[in-house]
Every structure is written in C-alpha cells, then in structure tokens.
Design a protein. Structure first.
Length: 302
C-alpha cells in the first residue's frame, strides 16, 4: 500500500493539472469567442439592435436546457427579486443595443475595449459610495484609463466625427453594463448562473425588439448565417465557457485573458476592414487595457 501511495499522488497531480489546463483553455476560449462578436455584428444584414435581439432570443432555449441540466430553479422567484432582474435586464438591453450601434461606426479594437469598460466604471462608483479618494493601485487604474481613453477618443476624432460618435456609443455600453451588474448584485443569490441568464434574456429580448422596430431597422435576416454564428459563438460558447471557468481564477488572470478580446478584434479589423492602427493607437489600447486589469484586481481586493 505504501508503494502505491506515490503513484496515486502522481495520478491525482496529473488529474489536477489537466483540470487546471482545461479551465484555462475554457477561460481563454470564451474570450476568443466573444472577441469575434463585433465582426459578426457587422456581417449581419439586419439592423445593429436587431442583431442584438437575435443573439439573445436564439440562445434562450439552450439557456433553459442548461439551467434545467444544472438543477437551477426557474420558478418561485420572489417578485421583488424579479423586479431587480427586470430593471437590470433593461440596462443590459441598452448595453447591447448601444454597443452594436457603436461597432458599426468605430474601429473594432476601440469598440471591444470601451464595451468592456464596465469594471472601470464600477471602480469609480465604489469611490462615490464609500466617499473616499483613490490610493495606490486605484490611482494607477484611473490614470491609465483616462490616458488610454483620451488617446483613443482623440485618434477617432482625427479619423472622423462618425468614428468618435461610435466610440461614445461603446463607452455608453460600458456604463450601462456597470448599471446592469450593480442592479443584479442583490438578486444574484436567488439564481444560478444559467437561470439568471434565462431571466435576463426573457426581460431583455422584448426591449431590444421594440427598440429595433422603433428605430425602423430591418429585423428579419435574409442571410441567417452571421446571426446564427453570432448567437452560437457569443451567447453559447463565449458566455458558456466564461460561466464555467470564471470562478476558478484570480482577477489578475481574468483581466489578462480579457485583453485577448481587443487584440483579436483589432487584428480582425485590420485584416477584414482595413482598420490601420498607428503606434499611438496601440499605446492607447495598452493603457486602457492595463486599466481594465488593474480595476479588476482592485475590485476583488475591495
């Protein structure tokens, strides 16, 4: 038995290493899948907000299956909790709508960075709630965020007014995503990850569809391929892999893997749409990306 102990320990260590590798692959794969979303949004022949509706609506039946398979409850939720989820879902619908509109107007790298700026917004919100001034790493995150955003916004304004407005739409998306997260803080305890996504989709889809119709967008696709690939890659694969892996990593690792999104988006923007990045653009992206990482670390510590 004593001779078998080291062998068993080696097997356990190998299994643990394999699980860690699979979890990291899931975390990285989720970010890669989400990074392709802006490209697919541009390929859809519906309106921008309509594409946001379809990506959520088509994923809803699958989310229901995942929630059931995980044993997460979908009924018996208190009305007050559902009210918070409904309010947060409206903010999330606004986030997706604003981000999709911005994607069509600005560079893909910018759209991805500004769309992920919710963690920086939450950092600022924390100071307001606590009525305290930043310190240490918090100041670093703020300075990096302001410098990076200033460079990218200034470069967009040099390109065209439309590109600058697109940046602003994506910044608005980041703000609304922070509102979504803050609103759902008190409601998360009553849901599993999948059941929460189900209810968010139930409330957000009608808002997105109504907004698309109000804007006069074409809603029904003539080519379903980009829409289907968008919902599979972003809502199922991307979100699914992140739900599976996020709880197993510290915020620094999560923040660093998040940086794959703007990098991939910028490469797609250059390769497919000819969106050239100058050295100053790259500096701005590095600064803002570093701010996103620092903000995640600060929030976890807080």
């Amino acid at each position: 038995m004593e001779k078998d102990a080291p062998h068993q320990e080696e097997i356990a260590a190998s299994a643990s290493a394999l699980r860690a590798a699979l979890l990291f692959a899931a975390l990285l794969g989720g970010n890669v899948a989400l990074a392709l979303g802006p490209w697919l949004v541009r390929l859809t022949d519906t309106g921008a907000v309509s594409a946001a509706f379809w990506r959520m609506f088509l994923a809803l039946p699958f989310l229901l299956v995942f929630a059931k398979a995980a044993g997460q409850r979908l009924s018996g939720i208190p009305a007050k909790t559902l009210g918070l989820v409904a309010l947060g879902s409206v903010a999330f619908a606004g986030d997706l709508a604003s981000w999709h509109i911005g994607i069509g107007m600005t560079r893909l790298g910018n759209a991805t960075l500004f769309g992920n700026a919710g963690s920086i917004v939450l950092l600022f919100w924390g100071f307001i709630i606590a009525r305290t001034l930043p310190k240490g790493t918090e100041w670093l995150a703020i300075v990096l965020a302001l410098a990076g955003a200033g460079i990218l916004l200034g470069r967009s304004l040099e390109i065209s007014t439309s590109t600058f407005v697109g940046d602003l739409f994506c910044v608005t998306a980041g703000l609304l995503y922070a509102v979504y997260l803050l609103t759902l803080q008190g409601a998360r305890g009553g849901f599993g990850s999948w059941s929460l996504l189900v209810w968010v989709s139930v409330f957000a889809c009608p808002v997105l569809l109504s907004l698309a119709i109000a804007l006069g967008e074409p809603v029904w696709p003539t080519d379903w391929t980009p829409v289907i690939v968008l919902f599979i890659s972003s809502q199922l694969i991307g979100q699914g892999l992140l739900v599976y892996s996020l709880g197993h990593f510290p915020p620094l690792v999560i923040g660093l893997t998040l940086l794959t999104q703007p990098a991939i988006a910028a490469i797609v923007g250059y390769s497919v749409f000819g969106e050239v990045l100058l050295p100053l653009d790259i500096v701005g992206m590095i600064l803002l990306g570093s701010a996103l990482v620092a903000a995640r670390v600060v929030q976890k510590r807080a």
